[in-house]
Design a protein around this ligand. Structure first.
Ligand code: BGC
Length: 745
């Protein structure tokens, strides 16, 4: 139907003779592969070489002689990056490139709502399209292996199933704009420390069960048109041209026909880049040795050195043709799709999308007593404390740093929402990072404060003492070591002495709410002294409006944690088993390499805390609501499942409170006995449902053998062993509502 509509549209647009005269590669009525072959055979060797590497920081040249347009990329993954100079990272100082910053990807994952993934993708893709970009560098789906990873906020949490379900609609949403995603960073780029030299040592089972599923879902189900290779190594070779990851798995096993783009500056050699499945080189230094000279692009590893190698017979043109075909496919699907929509920038719809996604993603971690939502009948004076109440957070964090049209801070959002219904008094409390500048984009805020920590604390305590409720906005802030590309955090603790400040505030006024703004878990030694805690992520332009809406109860919180909130690093397998950041060694070429054995294997996140019976501060999948839910007893349609059959598990959930709310019902599967060590349970299904007060709904999950399977290294395939299993219905990884035993025949 879609194809027919396309043909009709073209026929209307071009008279028949004109269509017949079009070269095949320009004729959209022809099948994609015919067009690709036609373009390929018209290209000279030099043109083929040109099309597979950058001509500027973010573009590749296309084939000007044939009218095949340039391919423009942009970061990603939470908003469209402001324009940089042709050859430099400095701002181009355009005045029309301010975007909508959407919530961090951890927040998207915390919605547990694939519809939010679709909305997110559609909206950000439209902004990229409006800015004439063909490739959006995102989303990121590296697994949250450690809370210290500087880029967790750009990823979708610790669970491969949750990340898979959330990434597919994001991909489809972006690509519905005729803009390609570039799913990153394939694969195992799970830390920023030593990111160019980290060499994760991971067995196949762990790779296939934990670190690959979200990428596979993006490639196979989402049909992502491009992928980005990571900086790190895998089994001794760089990820961006790793023959196992790119050739064997992505292009081989998954039969993926898209283009592999290197991370910026991730290529170090021609020979391995040619054979290792890389299709496009971006961001390399000039000649591999120095940086910054203009017209450096001929010196790229996949430029003149590659051309010469083909001319002298070192490399075959067949290999090059495969790369060119992939880049042509990417171009035809994007820049050369005449039917792609026009896109839109900072539209009302995008503002609303930003707020809706944020409201669904904020997690109410704790709400003892009745502090939240704020009741203005009782609360007349509100103390707002903390730097994050006033700091713009869209600037910073590395390549995902943005230039926004506007950003509503939490304090502004609260003031706008509350008006004169209550008095709001602000105190800074601590000074964190007052700079507000990244890559030349400035927030324009002057957050310098010369007062000492003692003076700031004394003022905050004074303000807190005289308020009916205290809202502390703290957390991290996307500066180095605080949720930022290129650096990991140094500890799980909150920076800038916030722990001590929170304890002091709790002592000054028991009506304390902590709103933690971060993209990753932080230690909360004060957890039992603070009655209400929100995990608030980075929420983009609408931050303040979103948080005001949650705090006031206009929106009922419905996010759940996409990762385990460890009490300390001791509860995280990567740290407990001593494998982070690995040990320094020497690679094949004498270079520095950090071997990082993933000793915890498949036991990542709740799989590790379950196995070792550890009690995290908050478990994976945890999140409260302003209403309450009651679960019925789950049932299954059968006591057994056949190897080629399915099993349906049902449960009723009732809203027992007096507000409409959303509950995320989770299904975990436990394999009671297996020939390999299996996690106690694994997430294999979830549904987010809306319930009015008193309303009851039945939730139904149908699973098949795949949900029971593990990856068998010897067979190199998924295996479900007959025997006893359990279907576990839960509200979080530790809040089990019912268990249904069954057997696999
Ligand atoms: C990051 C990528 C980003 C690229 C381009 C790299 O430093 O790792 O995620 O897309 O730069 O800015």
């Amino acid at each position: 139907m879609k194809k027919l509509a396309l043909a009709v549209a073209l026929a209307v647009a071009l008279p028949l003779t004109a269509q017949q005269e079009l070269p095949v590669y320009l004729n959209e009525q022809k099948p994609l592969e015919e067009r690709v072959e036609d373009a390929l055979k018209r290209m000279t060797l030099r043109e083929k070489i040109n099309i597979i590497h950058a001509q500027s920081k973010f573009s590749a040249p296309g084939v000007p002689r044939l009218g095949i347009p340039e391919l423009w990329c942009t970061d990603g993954p939470m908003g469209v990056r402001p324009e940089v100079m042709w050859d430099e990272w400095e701002q181009a100082k355009w005045t029309n490139d301010s975007c909508t910053a959407f919530p961090s990807l951890t927040c998207l994952a915390a919605t547990w709502n694939p519809e939010m993934g679709q909305l997110y993708g559609k909206s950000i893709g439209a902004e990229a399209r409006f800015r004439n970009k063909s490739v959006l560098l995102g989303p990121g789906v590296n697994i949250y292996r450690t809370p210290l990873c500087g880029r967790n906020f750009e990823y979708m949490g610790e669970d491969p199933y949750l990340a898979s379900r959330m990434v597919v609609p994001y991909v489809q949403g972006v690509q519905s704009n005729g803009v390609s995603v570039c799913v990153k960073h394939f694969a195992l780029n799970n830390n920023e420390i030593n990111r160019h030299t980290s060499n994760p040592i991971v067995d196949d089972r762990t790779l296939y069960e934990i670190y690959l599923p979200a990428f596979k879902a993006a490639a196979v189900e989402g049909k992502a048109w491009s992928f980005m290779g990571g900086y790190n190594l895998f089994r001794g070779e760089h990820a961006s041209y790793n023959p196992i990851l790119m050739n064997q798995i992505l292009k081989g096993e998954w039969k993926w026909d898209g283009a592999v783009i290197s991370d910026w500056g991730a290529v170090h050699d021609t020979k391995t880049a040619v054979s290792g499945g890389l299709d496009m080189e971006f961001g390399s230094w000039t000649d591999g040795l120095s940086e910054g000279a203009s017209n450096a692009y001929d010196n790229y590893w996949l430029a003149t050195p590659y051309l010469k190698g083909i001319q002298d017979g070192t490399y075959s043109e067949d290999e090059l043709n495969d790369k060119v075909r992939r880049v042509l496919r990417l171009t035809f699907r994007t820049a050369m799709d005449r039917n792609r929509p026009w896109g839109a920038m900072v539209s009302d719809a995008h503002k609303q999308a930003c707020k809706t996604i944020g409201e669904e993603g904020v997690v109410l971690l704790r709400n003892e007593g009745s502090l939240l939502p704020i009741d203005l009948n009782k609360v007349k004076k509100i103390a707002v404390i903390g730097e994050n109440a006033i700091k713009m957070m869209t600037v910073g964090g590395g390549s995902s740093s943005l230039k926004v049209k506007y950003e509503v801070t939490p304090l502004q959002g609260l003031k706008a929402r509350i008006g004169n219904q209550a008095e709001i008094v602000y105190a800074r409390g601590y000074v964190g990072d007052p700079t507000g500048e990244y890559n030349g984009v400035k927030t324009g805020q002057d957050l310098n404060d010369p007062r000492s920590a003692e003076e700031l604390t004394a003022e905050a305590v004074e303000v807190a003492k005289h308020a009916d409720i205290v809202l502390f906005f703290g957390g991290l802030n996307k500066s180095d070591h605080q949720d930022c590309e290129g650096t990991d955090r140094l500890t799980m603790d909150l920076p800038y002495n916030q722990n001590a400040l929170i304890e002091t505030l709790a002592a000054a006024n028991p009506n304390l709410v902590v709103i933690n703004i971060s993209g990753t878990g932080v230690a909360m030694p004060w957890v039992n002294k603070v009655p209400s805690i929100l995990q608030a992520w980075y929420l983009g332009n609408e931050t303040g409006n979103t948080l005001a809406s949650i705090l006031m109860g206009d929106a009922n919180p419905s996010g759940k944690l996409p990762y385990t909130y460890y009490a300390s690093l001791e509860q995280c397998g990567a740290h407990k088993l001593g494998a982070y950041p690995g040990t320094k060694g020497v690679g094949a070429l004498g270079e520095e390499v950090w071997d990082m054995p993933y000793n915890e294997g498949v036991f990542v996140g709740y799989r590790f805390t379950d196995k070792n019976k550890l009690k995290p501060t908050f478990p994976f999948g945890h999140g409260l609501s302003y209403t309450t839910f009651e679960y019925g007893k789950p049932t299954a349609n059968s006591k057994t499942m056949n190897a080629d059959g399915t099993l349906t598990v049902k449960v009723t959930v009732k809203n027992t409170g007096n507000r409409t709310g959303k509950e995320i019902v989770q299904l975990y599967i436990a394999d009671k006995k297996a020939s390999v060590a299996r996690p106690v349970k694994e997430l294999k299904g979830f549904q987010k449902i809306t319930l009015a007060p008193g309303e009851e709904k039945e939730v139904s999950f149908t699973i098949c053998k795949q949900a029971l399977s593990f990856f068998d290294e010897a067979k190199h395939d998924w295996v479900a062993e007959p025997g006893k299993f359990e279907a576990i219905i839960a509200a979080s990884a530790t809040d089990i509502k019912g268990v249904v035993p069954f057997t696999l025949e």
